[in-house]
Design a protein around this ligand. Sequence first.
Ligand SMILES: NC(=O)c1ccc[n+]([C@@H]2O[C@H](COP(=O)([O-])OP(=O)(O)OC[C@H]3O[C@@H](n4cnc5c(N)ncnc54)[C@H](O)[C@@H]3O)[C@@H](O)[C@H]2O)c1
Length: 269
Amino acid sequence: MGKLDGQVAIVTGAARGLGRAYARRLAALGAKIVVSDLDLKSFEEFEAERNAMTGDSTVAEIEAGGGSAMGIELDVADPQAVEAMVAQVVREWGRVDILVANAGGGRGRPIDTKASTLDPALLQLVVGMNLYGTIYCCNAVAPIMKQQRYGKIVTVSSVAGISPSVDGGYAHYGTAKAAIAHYTRYLAQDLGPHGITANCIAPGTIATGRIMQSVIPGSSRANADPAARVALRRIGTVEDCARVVEFLTTDLSDYVTGTLIPIDGGLMR
Ligand SMILES: NC(=O)c1ccc[n+]([C@@H]2O[C@H](COP(=O)([O-])OP(=O)(O)OC[C@H]3O[C@@H](n4cnc5c(N)ncnc54)[C@H](O)[C@@H]3O)[C@@H](O)[C@H]2O)c1
């Protein structure tokens, strides 16, 4: 018996990276998984992500392990598409117990996205895919979770949403992620009386393909060892984060809500 047998979990941005790790972990605990992503083949963009795959999609990997998964392609920044996804899940699987609102990330390079020189289109894109996308997903699952009088929501901030970078780069992203953490505190107050928890995680430097191949090389500290500023002297793995998501989506965290949990190995930015 898995801890999450009979439950349904939606993980956004689950085609690669951290979202894929969350989806696989929750599937291993017995949940049926909705793998949602802008592009269910997004792992093809980065060599490290491509090489990590053991099937031709996260859905195929979960099914090969004996689990149940459905893939849905959508843009979380499109509220109608998000509503349609949740309606489809309820039609096909009858419930939604867990939402991991993971889709997001930065765009542009840290050295080109300083706080005083933000391009309006890039700002809109990054705030849309992170903050608005998170809110749309939470809004869409809330009525179902209220009916069930049960639900666990995990939103995704970043250490960039807790403190700024030393050079003021990636300001659009850090601002959106700070707002997600604060939105989650409101959400916890709103949904707590309905038996629903809402917590936020703030990953530090985690070794996904995007971070290793794009973000770190594009930062002003590109030549410095990223592990040197981490107390544990290593950058994080997707499993480091997946373990915390397991905590926040199982009964271990039943009396935990409205919190922000950094998963950063003791990073000093
Ligand atoms: N990797 C890190 O070090 C790190 C650190 C802090 C926070 N985070 C956050 O964790 C989450 C996952 O990070 P990652 O490194 O795995 O990113 P990633 O870019 O590797 O994966 C993100 C996935 O989300 C999908 N996606 C992007 N925009 C979308 C949209 N509008 N609608 C639906 N899907 C969309 C992408 O296609 C991709 O598959 C992000 O929210 C990111 O900001 C990551």
